[in-house]
Design a protein around this ligand. Structure first.
Ligand SMILES: Cc1cc2nc3c(=O)[nH]c(=O)nc-3n(C[C@H](O)[C@H](O)[C@H](O)COP(=O)(O)O)c2cc1C
Length: 193
């Protein structure tokens, strides 16, 4: 299973709308993908968890990351950076297992620069944590213009870019899995030692 991290807790978020579109793209490729919506887990993040010592309420979310065959991080730009809750979530994940040798790809959305700044910062963070960062990113500029009133993506180029990324990321995760050099294979090998 792959997971899409919808990187904000803002109500009526465009990030969640884009995440749902990405989920449908992966489904059309025959992939199993679920969304981790930070809005959903927000209350547990604040009340129940203390950096690595997890609560029962948070465990299902943390386990999803820990077992994922790939993460798709969808990140909006807030004041030239990523939303605080996304970094806060990242900081609560178990390390190194959550990201080490785990395939990850990025989609940014925002105004003029399509969240180039937070995505590049996320690449640093995940690079630091030894994730396998898929190189092809998608930046969605002026995101409010490419969504319909119902929250559907109406821009053909963006649709094509998201589909191309999804196809590439699917191959990327399959290739790493085939050689058993991805995070899940390495966690399994450690258990058997
Ligand atoms: C708190 C806040 C700060 C923002 N800062 C920026 C910014 O620095 N650069 C930018 O291009 N867009 C910025 N925007 C626009 C958002 O990236 C855009 O509205 C996007 O849809 C936000 O994602 P969301 O709808 O999931 O919250 C900001 C929006 C919010 C709510």
């Amino acid at each position: 299973m792959k997971y899409i991290i919808s990187g904000t807790d803002r109500p009526d978020s465009n990030t969640l709308k884009i995440s749902k579109h990405i989920q449908s793209v992966y489904h059309s490729l025959g992939e199993q993908v679920e969304i981790i919506d930070l809005k959903e887990l927000k209350k547990h993040l604040h009340d129940d968890i203390h950096y690595g010592k997890t609560s029962d309420a948070m465990k299902p979310y943390l386990d999803k990351v820990l077992s994922s065959e790939g993460l798709i991080v969808v990140c909006p730009e807030y004041n030239g950076s990523m939303p605080g809750i996304l970094k806060y979530f990242i900081d609560h994940l178990k390390f190194p297992e959550s990201f080490e040798f785990r395939p990850v790809c990025f989609v940014g959305l925002g105004g003029m620069f399509g969240a180039l700044r937070p995505v590049e910062h996320l690449q640093q963070v995940f690079g630091y944590r030894n994730a396998y960062v898929y190189p092809e990113r998608v930046f969605i500029m002026n995101v409010h213009k490419i969504l319909t009133a119902e929250g559907l993506v109406q821009d053909e180029l963006i649709k094509q870019l998201l589909e191309k990324q999804a196809k590439g990321f699917k191959k990327f995760t399959e290739a790493l899995g085939a050689f058993k050099i991805d995070a899940n294979a390495l966690i399994e090998q450690k258990k058997q030692k």
